[in-house]
Design a protein around this ligand. Structure first.
Ligand code: 9MR
Length: 357
């Protein structure tokens, strides 16, 4: 357990009312959690004091093998997301044969360290097992397969996951629906069905639609906004929108806060779910300073909006990040460097979480 600095009292668990009083803008009951007795000056200390989540995407390899990784994870974060372990290809590599080991490991780790879990992700076009991607199933078979996946996965972790990314990356950049196996066989109705099934399996989990390039007010976020409005009007259990927030240094969209607010004004929770800020390598000190400002602005853009439930960073350390493998010549996207030293980005994020900074 992280220590409490001498002379500083461990914070008492916040009641929802107290959390609400601290976050003047929070007009909705946030998922309840008990703050850790960590030093107030950690990321999680600041987040606890505001009644919000600060999360990290966790990779199973370093979780099992690197004590520096778990030390930072446990000290700094009050929420975790499985970077890959809860994706369909990881959970059901062959039909009807499940592998829960890595997902269970993370859920158990979180429980042992007083961290909440964001579930990621139930319905996605990517990382499907080949039996499913190449199965050429009929619409009715696919519907049955999807319902079973949601019942089984959400049911297994019932009461242990505070938010699920039920649907991930369903939109094209122009705001139309992406032509996935789900969309092409089942039509847009798969989204409402997935949300209803997930809600039936765990009524207390907050159910999200999650996507990238929706941080700005643009064609893609317009498409999502219109769908979200329709779903709410139909009484579909949609509770939140996840803004992935994979940014390039110095390129945060100016409309981000207003865009998050329009979703929040629908009565939805908003969260940053996959924040990172990539830099062309090698990163200069000016770029690291800009990255720090970007982390601060991004987190403030969410926390400054009513119903922001928190911010999750897509990793902890530049040692383990998807960025260099995907964007040639880019990296250094996370708050800790490859040796687990806190970068200026850490301070930016910390200041973004701390209303006194
Ligand atoms: O970080 C994840 C990486 O390890 C995987 O190889 C990749 C596979 O698609 O998925 C990455 O996570 C993605 C997340 O699940 C959805 N949004 C984009 C993330 C970065 O690609």
């Amino acid at each position: 357990m992280p220590h409490t600095p001498r002379g500083r009292r461990a914070p008492r668990p916040l009641t929802l009312a107290a959390a609400g009083a601290l976050v003047a803008s929070a007009t909705v009951a946030l998922p309840q959690f008990t703050p850790d007795a960590s030093a107030a000056t950690t990321l999680r200390g600041y987040a606890d004091a505001r009644g919000v989540r600060i999360g990290a995407a966790v990779a199973d390899g370093p979780l099992r093998t690197e004590s520096a990784y778990t030390t930072v994870l446990n000290r700094e974060f009050n929420s975790v997301t499985a970077e890959n372990a809860m994706k369909w290809d990881a959970l059901e590599p062959s039909r009807n044969s499940y592998n829960w080991a890595a997902a269970d490991r993370l859920v158990n780790h979180a429980a042992a360290h007083n961290q909440g879990v964001r579930g990621h992700t139930l319905v996605w076009h990517s990382q499907l097992p080949s039996w499913l991607a190449n199965g050429n199933f009929s619409a009715s078979e696919l519907n049955t397969i999807l319902k079973k996946h949601i019942d089984t996965t959400v049911g297994r972790y019932k009461g242990k996951i505070y938010s699920w990314d039920v649907v991930n990356e369903a939109f094209n950049e122009d705001g139309s629906m992406r032509n996935s196996v789900w969309q092409s066989k089942l039509g847009t109705g798969y989204i409402a069905n997935a949300l209803r099934w997930a809600h039936a399996a765990d009524p207390s989990a907050r159910l999200y639609i999650n996507d990238y390039n929706i941080e700005a007010d643009n064609a893609k976020s317009d498409g999502l906004y219109n769908l979200a409005r329709q779903l709410l009007a139909q009484g579909v259990p949609l509770q939140g929108i996840g803004f992935q927030a994979h940014f390039v240094v110095g390129q945060l969209p100016a409309s981000m806060k207003a865009n998050l607010k329009r979703f929040s004004d629908l009565g939805l929770e908003v969260s940053i779910t996959e924040l990172d800020v990539r830099i062309p390598l090698p990163a200069s000190s000016a770029e690291l300073a800009q990255q720090s400002a970007d982390y601060k602005t991004a987190s403030e853009n969410c926390l400054g909006v009513p119903r922001c439930a928190g911010v999750t960073v897509w990793g902890i350390t530049d040692k383990h990040s998807w960025v260099p493998g995907t964007f040639n010549g880019y990296g250094a996207a996370l708050p800790y460097n490859e040796s687990y030293g806190a970068k200026p980005a850490y301070t930016g994020l910390s200041n973004g979480l701390n209303p006194q900074a």
